[in-house]
Write a protein that binds this ligand. Structure first.
Ligand code: NAP
Length: 306
């Protein structure tokens, strides 16, 4: 069986709304129930008929659900888990979509009763948009969805969740949570921090920001601004909770930056050329792995991994 009877989506932003559209499209649930913190988001979800039923509380939303998906910022996961724990259906699967895994496991697992299966997850798919109107059914197609199951979790609920996510279009892999956080620090978290920094630097140069930087932003800077437009709450929580791995990668990044800085200062063209040749090969590898397009617009318009 790949579907579930009742899916409860806690949080109704980009990821949850994309899941809702995809679940509907593939008829993967008899009923989708949703909850979000603010009345405004709940009203929007009702207005656009994002889910079948919108609940005032997370506790109410999870009642009778055989799949519960926590789609809130990483820092909000623990409190939600504490709230829903007494209301979870025996045998239900609880998963999450948080961008960091060790911190979510530490915050959520202690609250959950032994009669549910907690299978942490993370779709490597997203855009810089957020909120209930930002989702679309194809967000997860051909994107990785990493699951980091706990040792005690039996294989059957993991296989069932895997089948469900694969029907949403995702490629599912199982991974250890520690490894997940390190890998994501390299491929997503640190690049986002660099984008935020670069846009921040331009903002400091206020003299040019409002004129030349905006006017001539057709090059790399424009891609940085798109990434740096990502949701501030989500990314604040990512850096607060994936601290160790991000600081490790940032340290390595700074060392590399100094090497390039020195090559520029010394006029070492060979070193710069060799360096850029190596990085170009990595880009080719990503395209060959089907994770981006070779289109000359730099893949703009396509989904961005989050
Ligand atoms: P989003 O569009 O900003 O939506 C977040 C949702 O969570 C909103 O509906 C918000 O409700 C709700 N929420 C926040 N705190 C809550 C609480 N205490 N109780 C109930 N609802 C609460 O965010 P998103 O992009 O979908 O991200 C959700 C999760 O997915 C995050 O953990 C993020 O790390 C992960 N993720 C994101 C991406 C990406 O690229 N965006 C990719 C992969 C994974 P209100 O609207 O009422 O505030």
């Amino acid at each position: 069986m790949t579907g579930y009877k009742r899916v409860a989506l806690i949080g109704l932003g980009l990821i949850a709304s994309s899941m809702a559209h995809a679940i509907r499209q593939h008829r993967l649930a008899d009923e989708i129930v949703g909850h979000a913190k603010s009345a405004g988001t709940r009203e929007t979800a009702l207005e656009i008929r994002l889910v079948d039923r919108v609940c005032e509380t997370a506790a109410e939303a999870v009642q009778g659900a055989d799949l519960v998906v926590l789609c809130v910022p990483v820092g909000a996961m623990g409190a939600i888990a504490a709230e829903i724990a007494p209301h979870l259906e025996p045998g239900a699967t609880v998963t999450d979509v948080g961008s960091v895994k060790q911190a979510v496991i530490a915050a959520v697992a202690p609250h959950l009763p032994g009669h549910v299966h907690f299978i942490p997850g993370h779709p490597l798919a997203g855009t810089e948009h957020s909120g209930p109107r930002s989702g679309f059914a194809t967000l997860f197609v051909n994107r990785w969805w990493l699951l980091t199951p706990l040792e005690a979790t039996p294989p059957e609920p993991v296989a069932r969740l895997r089948g469900f996510l694969e029907t949403l279009g995702a490629n599912v892999d199982l991974m250890d949570a520690h490894r997940h956080d390190l890998v994501l620090a390299v491929v997503s978290h640190t690049p986002h921090l660099i984008a935020y920094t670069m846009v921040g630097v331009a903002d400091h140069l206020r003299r040019v920001t409002h004129e030349e930087v905006i006017k001539y932003s057709a090059s790399g800077f424009r891609d940085f601004t798109r990434i740096a437009a990502s949701d501030p709450t989500m990314w604040r929580d990512v850096f607060l909770t994936n601290k160790e791995a991000t600081l490790d990668i940032l340290g390595r990044f700074t060392e590399e930056l100094f090497i390039l800085q020195r090559a520029i200062r010394m006029g070492d063209g060979d070193q710069l050329f060799d360096y850029f040749t190596r990085t170009r090969a990595i880009r080719r590898g990503i395209i060959e792995a089907g994770q981006d397009t070779a289109a000359p617009d730099f893949g703009r318009g396509g989904p961005e991994r989050g």
